[in-house]
Design a protein around this ligand. Sequence first.
Ligand SMILES: [Zn+2]
Length: 232
Amino acid sequence: MPSKVGRFGVWAALAVTVLGTLVFVHTVLQGYRERKAVEALSWALANQVVVVDPGHGGIDAGARGPGGTLEAEVVLGISRNLAAFLRQGGARVFLTREDEEAPEGESGDDLVERVRLAQKVGADIFVSVHANAFNEREYGAQVFFNPGSKEGERLAAAIQEEIRRLLKNTEREPLGLDAFVLRSLNIPAVIVEVGFLSNPQEEKLLRDKDYQRRMAFAIYSGIARYLAERKR
Ligand SMILES: [Zn+2]
């Protein structure tokens, strides 16, 4: 019988390989279609000025996961990807920080400098990227807007919807939040909390470079859909 078992093993291995290849091709095609669908909306991004604000930086690393992952690093990775997607789409993009250092300026307050940059460049949209921390059970990305801003709420809803649809790992709803960077700007502005670093599973996802790209793409898609809807 060993030869039969051996042959069975070969067939099983072959079946697994074929199945694996099919799943891989399917995933790649799905990603391709998603990208095409969002590219079709990129006309709405042309000439839009978007400020992408990776939270924290410098001595302020933000939240820290149980595995040691730092919020400041995760949000910088996602923000760089987001900026690249937006530029490809035709937007003019400014990052409030390009590296590990927090934004600096004469105010001596990095939050004030983040808002000042948005005002200086005449931003149309402001997207601040953060990661949450609470306990090890909470998970899922959530988008926050200034409760007084209708357009901020619409932008938040569009991004939240795309995160839910594309990443399929949260049922959270956008939420009003009284935060300095949101209330200081008269443009659609949101804070995207990309997930909970305090949750060990989500911490693993958030430090994964591919997941960072997918999160950035979902945020990008939400911005494109919001702008397309508004210009229609
Ligand atoms: Zn934060």
